[in-house]
Ligand binder design. Structure first.
Ligand SMILES: CC(C)(COP(=O)(O)OP(=O)(O)OC[C@H]1O[C@@H](n2cnc3c(N)ncnc32)[C@H](O)[C@@H]1OP(=O)(O)O)[C@@H](O)C(=O)NCCC(=O)NCCSC(=O)CC(=O)O
Length: 401
């Protein structure tokens, strides 16, 4: 008599076994910047000298006035005066400079991305080969194979790592990648997702031009950096620790705001528009509705000042608007303001720096016995798009090395 075959599991049983038991969580964070640091008060001199524009004294005066209002004290930039001298075509948006810019970012973006990733993997505590999924996002490039592919040898990832490359998501790119990572981690038992965002503003670099206000914002606000996060569900004790549990994630579009921020590739790098007067107003008018839409279905009825906050610091005017609308206590957006001040707006990378800064601040508050348990991530970008993620702090807020 033959043995009785084991019953084949049902599709539902297979589906259930493939899924994680608990929520996705942030397990580690790493950040990196280029070495070239430019204090904001020295930037107008650097910029007008490097672009042979010192004769435009009135325009330089306007740059200085507006730069002081952005909330930035210093930034890190890949491009130096030496690099700009070697590429005079980068000073003129009518010149065909796209190929030269793409050549530079093709190497520099993966290298910066790898630096941040190595720090995240080292803090995580497991080998790089245990990463099962890779989600990479950048606005700084347009290559196939892209940064995701280059990271496999740079980090020693498995060739079978499942890659997703997100190009041109503007400043909400970091949140979009984290939202995707949450779904991947919860829907693939044992998955460990490496999220990587990297940006170089070289794609936006141009000389000053009368009447081009957005150029002034492009040059004065944005900075270069990379951030990496390891995301996974059901942490393997004692090696892994959840920093933030990722409770829910949402994305929405603000009605009639489609022209407020636009970006497109041109022969001279990136073109586009930022309606600097409208963006803070659109965000201020919609922030409460987005928050209610995220928190109410979860049954979280906390007051705004009972939460911790990780908000994309688009500029200090945007943070001021959010402060006013939500009537936040001054320290609530302190992590966002600190990152804006020390690094500038690094597009989608910025929110990873804010999370890193926030966990340091929460650790200090835990020590003092009063850290909030629940919090919100909010980022904004072209669309205008608002990304919201609800987080739960776990009490493991150890800082990165
Ligand atoms: C640009 C600002 C710093 C200006 O600050 P204030 O409004 O307080 O300044 P202000 O009104 O005194 O103006 C200072 C000087 O700038 C001039 N000015 C201001 N706005 C202008 C505009 N839109 N066009 C032309 N000139 C303008 C004023 O005339 C004045 O000139 P004068 O001194 O000669 O009188 C601020 O509005 C701001 O931070 N806006 C939001 C920026 C933004 O959109 N960030 C999002 C980045 S994108 C992002 O994060 C998402 C993404 O990219 O995806």
């Amino acid at each position: 008599m033959g043995s009785v075959p084991a019953a084949t599991p049902s599709v539902r049983e297979i589906w259930r076994a493939q899924r994680a038991d608990g929520p996705a969580a942030v397990l580690a964070i790493g950040t990196a910047n280029p070495a070239h640091c430019v204090p904001q008060d020295e930037f107008p001199d650097f910029y007008f000298r490097a672009t042979n524009s010192d004769h435009l004294t009135a325009l330089k005066g306007k740059f200085k006035r507006v730069f002081q209002k952005l909330g930035v004290e210093k930034r890190y930039l890949h491009h130096t005066e030496e690099l700009l001298r070697a590429h005079p075509e980068f000073l003129d948006d009518e010149a065909a400079s796209l190929d030269a810019r793409l050549d530079i970012v093709a190497t520099a973006v993966p290298e910066l991305a790898a630096e941040a990733s190595k720090k995240a993997i080292s803090e995580w505590g497991r080998p790089a080969a245990d990463i099962t999924h890779l989600v990479v996002t950048t606005n700084s490039g347009a290559h196939i194979p892209g940064v995701d592919f280059r990271l496999i040898p740079l980090l020693g990832l498995r060739p079978s790592v499942r890659r997703t490359m997100l190009y041109l998501n503007g400043c909400f790119a970091g949140s979009a990648a984290l939202r995707l990572a949450k779904d991947l981690a919860e829907n693939n038992r044992g998955a460990r997702v490496l999220v990587v965002c990297a940006e170089l503003t070289l794609m936006l670099f141009n000389g000053p031009k009368e009447g081009s206000f957005e150029r002034l914002i492009h040059q004065g606000l944005f900075g270069d950096g990379a951030g990496a996060v390891v995301v996974g569900a059901d942490p393997l004790s004692p090696v892994e620790h959840a920093l933030f549990e990722m409770v829910s994630a949402a994305q929405t579009v603000i009605p009639d705001s489609g022209d407020a921020i636009t970006m497109h590739i041109t022969k001279g790098g990136f073109g586009g528009n930022i309606s600097t007067r409208d963006v803070p107003v659109f965000i201020g008018d919609n922030v409460e509705r987005c928050l209610h839409d995220s928190l109410e279905p979860l049954g979280i009825g906390a007051k705004w000042n009972d939460l911790f906050w990780a908000v994309h610091p688009g500029s200090s005017a945007i943070l001021d608007r959010i402060d006013t609308v939500l009537q936040l206590e001054p320290e609530k957006l302190a992590a966002s303001r600190r990152v804006l001040s020390d690094y500038g707006n690094m597009f989608g990378v910025t929110i990873i720096f804010v999370l890193d800064e926030l966990r340091r601040r929460l650790r200090e508050q835990e020590g003092a016995g009063g850290a909030p348990e629940w919090g919100v991530v909010m980022t904004f970008g072209p669309g205008l798009t608002v990304e919201t993620m609800v987080l739960h702090a776990t009490g493991h807020m150890h800082a990165s090395p």
